[in-house]
Design a protein around this ligand. Structure first.
Ligand SMILES: *Cc1c(COP(=O)(O)O)cnc(C)c1O
Length: 359
């Protein structure tokens, strides 16, 4: 089966232009005669690639100088324990639970100390997210953790959240680079790369410098943000190819006009799909309207027996990975930066036809 549009939640599609550039350079990077995959991470050929990737990421997100950028491994899930190891400092921390991923962060942190629940929307089956006003935390907490976008449930925080005194730690795996943010509002931002940045195997951590002094003494060097930061994220071999690919994606974003442009396009794409879903009851999305995710749009068919057929037919039409996550069922379309508007139009056309033949 040859697919035309890829709606995978992650690893997700990458911009065609980036893939073609990588293909072109694959066997011979910058006339070196070797592939980026075959270079020492400390070589004079490779180091400029990391430097440029970091510089471009700093430009795109407008990252202030007092923040370090780390290129790590282990995925966002590894940050679930690295965050408490590096920040807890024998204090307490509060976690906002707004869906599967933030709940997993909350659970994974438990063994490390006094981990409290700041707020939870579980009673609504995560159809809502806890309003920032309802978060309860202590001014002596080492940090407050939340997830900006629940990739499975499809609920996103759009508020710009500022917590006086307590560092805010945010899992941005599925929203990073989808719109401008104010990095200054956060103590730590982390994201697995495979949604909106590049291939899997790379985890980006952006951490405010003054938070690098609290790591538990038993923290192994590869998990220690401060040691990684002092070693240019190379206390061991980093994920060189993924960093290279992320660098190409950063260039692509800059060329298109940065995050303002990404946000415009992402608003347009998601609105187009939500507007169609809302036309009648054949398809539904029941997330509270103001928190509907722009990146991951779960939806259901009124007649769930048709779900399997929808997925099969969509695949035959070249639309890949529309099956919902097994935890929530139904369908899901992920519309990350790399998804062109044409892809969403094509999906909506397919949905219209599917409705016509099934009503
Ligand atoms: C995908 C995802 C994760 C898990 O990331 P891994 O890289 O597989 O560890 C965590 N949080 C969010 C919000 C995600 O979307």
């Amino acid at each position: 089966m040859s697919y035309q549009y890829n709606f995978s939640a992650g690893p997700a599609m990458l911009p065609k232009e980036v893939m073609l550039k990588a293909q072109h350079e694959f066997l011979n990077l910058n006339s070196t005669g070797i592939s980026v995959m075959e270079m020492s991470h400390r070589s004079k050929e490779y180091l400029p690639i990391v430097d440029k990737a970091e510089t471009n990421l700093r430009t795109i997100l407008n990252i202030p100088n007092n923040y370090k950028v780390l290129f790590l491994q282990g995925g966002a899930i590894t940050q679930n324990f690295m965050v408490p190891m590096n920040l807890l400092n024998n204090l307490s921390a509060s976690y906002v639970v707004s869906g599967y991923w933030s709940n997993r962060s909350y659970k994974d942190a438990q063994p490390f100390g006094a981990i409290k629940l700041a707020a939870s929307s579980e009673s609504s089956n995560f159809k809502k997210i806890p309003n920032v006003d309802s978060w309860s935390f202590d001014k002596d907490d080492a940090y407050v953790h939340f997830c900006q976008n629940e990739t499975i449930h499809g609920a996103e925080y759009f508020d710009s959240i500022k917590l006086p005194k307590v560092p805010l730690v945010c899992d941005m795996s599925s929203t990073i680079l989808s719109r401008p943010i104010n990095v200054n509002d956060y103590g730590v931002i982390y994201a697995g790369a495979q949604k909106n940045i590049g291939p899997s195997g790379l985890t980006i951590v952006i951490v405010r410098e003054d938070l690098l002094t609290y790591a538990d003494k038993k923290t192994p060097s590869t998990f220690n943000w401060k040691i990684q930061s002092e070693n240019n994220s190379m206390i061991n071999t980093p994920s060189t190819f993924s960093i290279y690919m992320a660098g190409l994606v950063f260039e692509w974003i800059l060329k298109l006009g940065g995050l303002e442009e990404m946000e415009k396009l992402n608003k347009k794409k998601s609105k187009y799909l939500y507007d169609y879903i809302d036309e009648d009851d054949f398809y539904t999305n029941d997330i509270e309207i103001k928190n509907r995710s722009r990146m991951n749009i779960p939806f259901k068919l009124a007649n769930d027996d048709l779900t399997k057929i929808f997925v099969e037919k969509a695949e035959q039409e070249g639309l890949y990975a529309l099956k919902g996550h097994r935890l929530v069922g139904g369908l899901r379309a992920s519309l990350y930066n790399a998804m062109p508007f044409d892809g969403v139009e094509c999906l909506v056309e397919f949905m219209k036809d599917f409705k016509k033949y099934n009503t």
